[in-house]
Design a protein around this ligand. Sequence first.
Ligand SMILES: [Zn+2]
Ligand SMILES: [Zn+2]
Length: 375
Amino acid sequence: MPNSMMRAVGVVPGKREVRLIEHEAPGIAAANQVKIRSLEVGVCGTDREICTFVYGSPPDGFEYLVLGHESLGEVIEVGAGVSSLKPGDLVVPSVRRPCPHANCLPCRADKQDFCFTGDFTERGIKMTHGFLTEYYLEEEKYLTYVPPELRDVAVLVEPLTVAEKGLAQVWEVQRRLPWIPPKTTPGQPGAGKNAVVLGAGPVGILGAMVLLVNGFKTCVYSRSKAPNPKSELVESLGATYLSAQVESVDQLAERIGNIDLVYEAVGTAKISYEVLRVLGLNGIYVFTGIPAPKPSLEIDADIIMRKLVLKNQVVLGTVNADRASFEGAIRDLGIFRKRWPVALRSLITGRYKIDQFRDLLLGRATGIKNVIALD
Ligand SMILES: [Zn+2]
Ligand SMILES: [Zn+2]
């Protein structure tokens, strides 16, 4: 008996179309599968870029790719071998799926975020359908349970995993020196340290929240002049907001003192390398943005190289997230919800119906995090 059809939003790269798609409704076919009803799907710059057809490839045998990689869903059915989830549970799926190669150590160790071969797939991005549809299937191991009290904010989990994985690596890398004073308050390993977040989009603001709860003195450095809705939100968290139009990078450095950590969430190289020039002693710089290729630009390469060496600095790029980062993001969302209930909810600036996808994916980017609500 053929399955029924359901609505999805997808791209058809061969025809350069973004449209509503009649997508086959899934049915559980393996014991480890979970059937999920989509509740909310977040839209981000990656989705918007896929809609310009620079990347985003359909699965084999399909001319379209269903979009959506930031999902909150509700379990409606589980396979016979699923033990950790039951119908009614809220879940967030991860995005990347391992490559098939036996010699890829990370993929074989469930660390496909560090895949060596490049033959991984990503739901809603690369060769696997995404979550912007009414129902989808997922293997139990790629789902993380979400407590019901996080229902209204859990669509932020996936963008928050960027900071979770970034910071987990910061602690790993900085273990090579005595970076955390032995008397630091438990749970506040960043206390006494200065962090700069570049960019005040959702990844930047969520990153600032993670840094604040870890005790860092945090400054968000972004283009727009204050006051504006994002600067007000950032300051309500207890971070400082500085505008790059008002304060130069050198003024930023002078005001902050030793910059111990930079969390880049702006996605453009020019300002990012300017700030790399003022990274402090033993500082670590985490790049998360993926700029579109542009003409080459002039940077203070000798000064940057000199400081990287003389100041024992580390520059780290990070993509994707592992299971621990998803669990960390859900734990931290619970902390944010208690500490900043209003600010956290205000990160979600719009909820749209599925048939309003054009405005969200092709129109001008507005607000902070916009989501498509399917329920
Ligand atoms: Zn995204
Ligand atoms: Zn791999």
